[in-house]
Design a protein around this ligand. Structure first.
Ligand SMILES: *Cc1c(COP(=O)(O)O)cnc(C)c1O
Length: 425
């Protein structure tokens, strides 16, 4: 088997049948959603200052449950985590032209949430252990205009939050944690998302727990929470009737979650621990199987931390192996393995390369509030770019519930390709 001909060269692939997509939605969600439909109240939000301003009973129940689960003072639901990021940046009272340091290894919305407030994203590099923001690079990118950091727990392991929060404190910056891929992950005995000023999670179909679309913001700061609730629900029409509120960034949206999604969210949250457990034990078994392979760096889990394994990240040492990452990747894909050979460097998107966002004239980079030219050239994030171009691979773990026999097959693909490296050189 091991020395049999690579599928890339016409041999028979190891994996012949695609693994089934796993469905996290069950009877509990069906019953909960049905009850909401039968009630006829699919949303109770109203964009005016009265008792329905904070949403219906399911929305509020889901928020209280999230507060309890994540051990935070405030949870605020939204209709997507993209909306959540926009609320978070706005709630920090960011001004046009302010700079916010952000990771290039993330989903585009992390960076565009900054542009939504006419502030300027500054990309710092990642470190190649957690794939989160590199504290050294953060510090290098701080200027007199920097106001906040958006840290991303990419693939499910928390970024180095102790160091990041220390830097934030030193320079008086706020920290937002994008934990879309790390709900329930632990960092130094706290939940990911609860270590900075504001954190949160995505509830889209591709994430650990989902409501179709949705998001949850978490914060221990009551003032930020209230401003996020305002931005969620037509702030401009409400803020005047509220006691003690400032007008800054009180340009609201409709980012409200419906009652059906909230009812589903309540059931999904109950299942989060068991979903995490199954991914963690699958990843542990996969690591056992792959640790004997040379030139392959496996996921790292820091002390007093847990990994949520949204994905299983790896790095190839092409110098040791004498084969390029892309050649190895093609060989693994040919064996039937669903493995990716890239992530994304957001700073290289056409939006940033051309600095075209609002209209055609370069706003907000050329506005009178923007005091400094920020570079998005290739080369500003060398580690992120090297990993992308040469060494990174990952296996998605959120879409399938991997059985032992499936993991055996995944490992078999690696064993077979590594036994035939000469054919790829
Ligand atoms: C999924 C994701 C988002 C966006 O979440 P939505 O709920 O789809 O808006 C943002 N950041 C990261 C890291 C994500 O994985």
């Amino acid at each position: 088997m091991l020395t049999s001909k690579l599928a890339l060269n016409g041999g028979s692939p190891v994996i012949k049948v695609k693994f089934p997509r796993y469905n996290s939605i069950g009877k509990e969600e069906l019953i909960a959603a049905t009850a909401v439909i039968e009630s006829g109240v699919l949303s109770k939000f109203i964009g005016a200052w009265n008792s329905d301003f904070y949403g219906g009973s399911k929305v509020q129940e889901f928020e209280r449950n999230c507060e309890q689960y994540f051990n935070v003072r405030n949870a605020v639901t939204v209709n997507s985590w993209t909306s959540g990021l926009i609320c978070a940046v706005g709630a920090l009272e960011i001004e046009p032209g302010d700079e916010i340091i952000v990771s290039p290894w993330t989903m585009s919305a992390t960076a565009t949430s900054i542009l939504h407030w006419n502030a300027i994203p500054v990309f710092a590099d990642i470190e190649d252990i957690t794939y989160g923001l590199d504290p050294v690079s953060i510090e290098k990118n701080i200027t007199q205009y920097t106001k906040a950091i958006i840290s991303v727990d990419i693939f499910g392991h928390s970024a180095k939050m102790t160091e990041i929060c220390k830097i934030a404190k030193k320079y008086n910056l706020k920290v937002i944690s994008d934990c879309a891929q790390s709900p329930g992950a632990i960092y130094n005995n706290s939940f990911a998302g609860t270590l900075g000023d504001i954190g949160g999670f995505s509830l889209n179909y591709h994430k650990h727990i989902h409501t179709g679309e949705g998001g949850i913001l978490v914060t221990n700061n009551d003032e930020y929470a209230e401003r996020m609730r305002l931005i969620r629900n037509h702030a401009e029409a409400v803020v005047g009737d509220m006691p003690n509120n400032r007008l800054i960034n009180m340009l609201g949206y409709n980012f409200r979650m419906g009652e059906i999604e909230a009812a589903i969210g309540i059931e999904q949250l109950k299942k989060l621990n068991s979903f995490l457990k199954s991914r963690q034990s699958a990843a542990k078994y996969l690591t056992e199987k792959l640790s004997i392979i040379p030139g392959l760096k496996l996921p790292y889990v820091e002390k007093n931390c847990t990994h949520a394994y949204y994905a299983y990240p790896m790095q190839i040492d092409c110098k040791i192996l004498g084969v390029t990452r892309d050649k190895l990747h093609s060989a693994l894909v040919a064996e039937g393995l669903n493995i990716s050979n890239r992530y994304q460097n957001i700073h290289l998107l056409p939006l940033f390369q051309n600095k075209i966002a609002y209209g055609s004239k370069g706003f907000p980079w050329n506005s009178e509030f923007t005091k400094r030219e920020v570079s998005y050239q290739k080369g500003i994030c060398p580690t992120a770019e090297y990993l992308q171009d040469n060494s990174f691979m990952s296996i998605g773990m959120c879409f399938t519930e991997m059985s032992k026999s499936e993991i055996d097959l995944i490992a078999e693909c690696f064993y077979k390709v590594w036994a035939n490296l000469d054919d790829l050189r």
